[in-house]
Design a protein around this ligand. Structure first.
Ligand code: GLU
Length: 418
């Protein structure tokens, strides 16, 4: 894996790459390459042993032309200001391509959560929520889960906000547990949009999903659900991985069984049904029909891309390919179906959660999944229309053309407030 590409520069390059196909002036596009504001804060939190530790945290509000800022909060040692800025920009274009009424934001704390007790994590999270309080709100900025955060953290943030504001406002945050105002289908939503994108992609390319070989890099919430749902389409998930390494089985795994093993032992490694174990790099270069990077940014750089054999890639992670990798894949006719569509299920069901919170009226899981499918399939069709009609070289550029044009139109229709 490469840690060389700066994700914020990657985002800016992606916007530039799409600009030639947009009906917009350079200065209007240029304002879409920088966040509107970034909060940087140092959280002083008491540890279980009475000492005080300081944690750096960020929240970037990238663009609000289409609605309140929206996006997750991640806890990871590699969080940085530039990473959060990039992720917040990707949220703008993700919300735009699926046509939900939000701008983009993202937050993060530089922390390895495995090193802290539950009580410490609660105090750290509540301390961040206190700092976020002036910025967030159901019509302002709506956080959600991301890497290493989930329902537990969302519930703490909601509770801190509601206590300080002396109100009930479940729509201030999404990805909550069901009994705290969460939505059916939210946990599975990111992986579900990856499956739907893969299904539509195979259909568009005239390939058969039945029996197709699939490798999934990353077995967190997005990766494992994508593996499970793609397996249910009849494909063969032959390799999966996490930070401990990759496992392989020629006839395919039962993803649920691998997940049970990971729950029990902490990793996919050592899974008894595996024929072989190798590195993440080996997984990414397997000769499979479909490759799903579902871990972190920069999993495939230009160098590694030259060894990738799959010719269809569906991105479940945010930013797993560097722009150099995109250049290689454009040359090798590898189809890359981009993150801003393929993992947009998470934020789309967050939108459903927010709608349900505001209406105090809750949907069935079936309704959530049906409405999600409608949105993802229609966004896929918009992407293909842009790809074919404007002769855009790659699927990523086509997605950005559709998304950026929607943000530009919203900006130009409302005018500017100096
Ligand atoms: N963190 C997820 C993403 O990157 C979900 C964001 C949300 O639900 O607001 O899309």
């Amino acid at each position: 894996m490469s840690d060389q590409a700066n994700p914020f520069e990657s985002l800016q390059e992606q916007v530039d790459d799409a600009s030639a196909y947009l009906d917009a002036s350079d200065d209007v596009v240029n304002r879409l390459k920088h966040p509107e504001r970034v909060l940087e804060t140092n959280l002083s939190v008491e540890m279980d042993d009475g000492s005080v530790e300081v944690f750096k945290a960020f929240r970037s509000e990238f663009n609000g032309d289409r609605g309140p800022y929206k996006g997750g909060i991640r806890y990871h040692p590699n969080v940085s200001r530039d990473e959060v800025k990039a992720l917040s920009g990707w949220m703008v274009y993700k919300c735009a391509i699926v046509g939900i009424p939000y701008g983009g934001g993202k937050g993060g704390i530089i922390i390895d959560p495995d090193d802290y007790s539950e009580g410490e994590l609660e105090r750290i999270t509540r301390s961040f929520a206190k700092e976020l309080r002036p910025f967030i709100g159901e019509d302002k900025d709506i956080p959600a889960p991301d890497v290493n955060t989930g329902q537990r953290e969302m519930n703490w943030i909601k509770d801190t906000y509601e206590t300080l504001e002396n109100t009930t406002e479940p729509g201030v945050i999404t990805g909550k547990a069901l009994d705290s105002g969460g939505s059916e289908g939210r946990v599975e939503a990111t992986g579900r949009s990856t499956m739907l994108t893969a299904r539509e992609a195979f259909d568009y390319l005239g390939r058969d999903m039945e029996g197709a070989s699939v490798a999934v890099q990353g077995y967190g919430n997005a990766g494992w659900i994508a593996a499970k749902l793609i397996d249910e389409l009849g494909a063969n998930v032959v390799s999966v991985s996490d930070s401990s390494g990759a496992i392989y089985r020629e006839d395919g795994f039962d993803p649920r069984d691998v997940k049970d093993h990971k729950n029990e032992t902490g990793s996919v490694s050592g899974y008894p049904g595996a024929q072989e174990e190798f590195s993440n790099r080996d997984l990414l270069t397997l000769d499979v029909d479909l490759l799903v990077p579902a871990a972190l940014e920069n999993a495939i750089d230009g160098d590694l891309a030259t060894d990738v054999q799959a010719d269809v890639i569906v991105e479940a992670a945010n930013g797993p390919l560097t722009p150099d990798a995109d250049d290689v894949f454009a040359e090798t006719d590898t189809y890359v179906f981009p993150d801003i569509l393929a993992n947009a299920g998470g934020v789309t069901v967050s939108y459903f959660e927010w709608v349900q919170n505001r209406q105090r009226f809750y949907w069935s899981e079936e309704r959530v999944n049906d409405e999600l499918e409608t949105i993802i399939v229609s966004a896929f069709d918009d992407l293909i229309e842009a790809y074919e009609e404007n002769d855009v070289p790659t699927m990523r550029q086509a997605a950005y053309v559709v998304a950026i044009q929607r943000v530009v139109d919203a900006y130009e229709e409302s005018g500017n407030w100096p």
